[in-house]
Design a protein around this ligand. Structure first.
Ligand code: FAD
Length: 387
């Protein structure tokens, strides 16, 4: 028996749940159809670092807006304010300065630090190779499970229905308009369908014959513990010189990963990949972290895991109507940095779907056609992947 909605969202990750909340708040009858559980994809394994250091005005403004929402949610999303520091070498110094100026213009509380000022702020860090740093005192990290469930619960309170363990196997079109989705046991009719399937985004788009350049790529995270009397670094570090990020984690741990463009080569089947970490990864990451933070030599590995990034050619998402005037939308491909943007993304997508004439966040930067137009999103660093 079919059920009819104003909008069906495929995927209950942070993007699907944030979008559902925005649409339900506007009075739309919304369904999220999720093949697993809430946060089962990238979201549940996210490092959930929330910083505003971006190279584009749009993403910086989205990050600022979203930080406010995480701060408002507070304990409900496990927001922990630590401050965030981005480190740049001489070759990225001009980019860092330009980014800080752009962010300050957008109203973000951030400042440039010299190596001496950085050492004063975070004495644990080795700074001889640092030309300049950017400091955001208000940034931090959240608990991804608490966050996505907070959004799902809020969407439900506004009337959204969430169908778990329900695999979308077909997206139905009629005369170039979307009319719904099918699952093995049911059909959902709607004139609006949003593909929020993250690493499965290309697979779901292909159900209507549309190709989108989103790959599911394996990435890894490792955790390090400390003996009694030694503490983890208390701020989040985005190290664009050695290519790592790290943040404190509950239990006096450091949680860390690589900032590595070559992760886009690790294309896997999102339904069948190795979810364990590799020992070589932990060794390489640990080596880099110890160079940056020598007291980490006292730390020991407490394991890790592998997860999925949904990577596009420019490491930025595709948020667009996939076929003009069809009602079929996509909001996927956030690579390694989408979590922090999710509150703003939900607003952006809801504005698109409801035809808001003056949207808070214009999705043009994330249009699908930008690759064919040779106009990808560009950052100011060699590590453009960080945004
Ligand atoms: C290890 C790691 C660390 C990260 N660290 C950060 C960070 O520090 N800061 C940050 O901002 N971002 C970070 N990210 C990125 C961020 O987590 C992602 O960009 C974000 O979670 C993507 O959310 P999503 O909703 O688009 O996708 P997902 O969370 O993957 O959700 C997609 C959902 O769609 C469902 N689905 C797929 N196909 C179907 C189908 N056919 N039918 C029904 N359901 C379907 C899946 O089961 C899944 O639940 C990290 C990601 C990873 C993996």
């Amino acid at each position: 028996m079919g059920q009819t909605f104003d909008a069906v969202i495929v995927g209950a990750g942070i993007m699907g749940c944030s979008t559902a909340l925005q649409l339900a708040q506007r009075g739309l009858k919304v369904a999220i159809v999720e093949k697993g559980t809430i946060g089962a994809g990238s979201t549940g394994k996210s490092s959930a670092v929330i910083r505003m250091h971006y190279s584009n005005e749009l993403t910086a403004r989205m990050a600022l807006f979203s930080l406010g929402k995480f701060q408002d949610l507070g304990d409900e999303c496990g927001f922990t304010r630590t401050g965030f520091v981005a480190l740049a070498s001489a070759s990225d110094c001009e980019g860092l300065k330009a980014n800080v100026a752009l962010q300050q213009k957008a109203g973000i509380q951030t400042e440039l630090l010299s190596p001496d000022e950085l050492r004063e702020l975070v004495p644990l860090l080795e700074t001889t190779d640092v030309a300049a740093a950017a400091w955001e005192p208000g940034s931090g990290y959240a608990d991804p499970h608490l966050t996505v469930n907070a959004y799902a619960d809020a969407a439900r309170r506004h009337g959204a229905k969430i169908f778990l363990g329900t695999d979308v196997v077909a997206v139905r079109m009629a005369a170039d308009k979307v009319v719904g989705v099918d699952t093995p046991g049911d059909r959902f009719d709607a004139p609006l369908v949003v593909n929020c399937a993250g690493p499965w985004g290309a697979h779901v788009a292909a159900m209507t014959g549309v190709k989108v350049p989103i790959n599911a790529c394996r990435t890894q995270v490792a955790l390090f513990g400390y003996p009694q009397g030694h503490n983890a670094c208390s701020v989040i570090v985005g190290d664009f010189i050695l290519g790592t990020y790290s943040r404190p984690e509950t239990g006096n741990l450091t949680l860390a990963g690589l900032i590595d463009p070559s992760e886009s080569n690790a294309v896997v089947d999102p339904d069948d990949y190795n979810e364990l970490h590799d020992d070589e990864f932990v060794l390489e990451l640990g080596e880099r972290l110890m160079r940056r933070c020598p007291p980490m030599k006292k730390s020991h590995s407490t394991g890790g895991f592998a997860a999925l990034y949904a990577i596009t050619p420019d490491w930025h998402p595709i948020v667009d109507e996939l076929v003009p005037d069809s009602g079929l939308y996509i909001c996927a491909g956030f690579s390694g940095h989408g979590f922090k943007l999710a509150p703003a993304v939900g607003l952006m997508v809801a504005d698109m779907l409801t035809g808001t004439s003056d949207p808070e966040f214009d999705p043009h930067l994330f249009r699908a056609a930008r690759y064919a137009e040779n106009d990808p999103v560009r950052g100011k660093y060699q590590y453009t992947i960080a945004g």
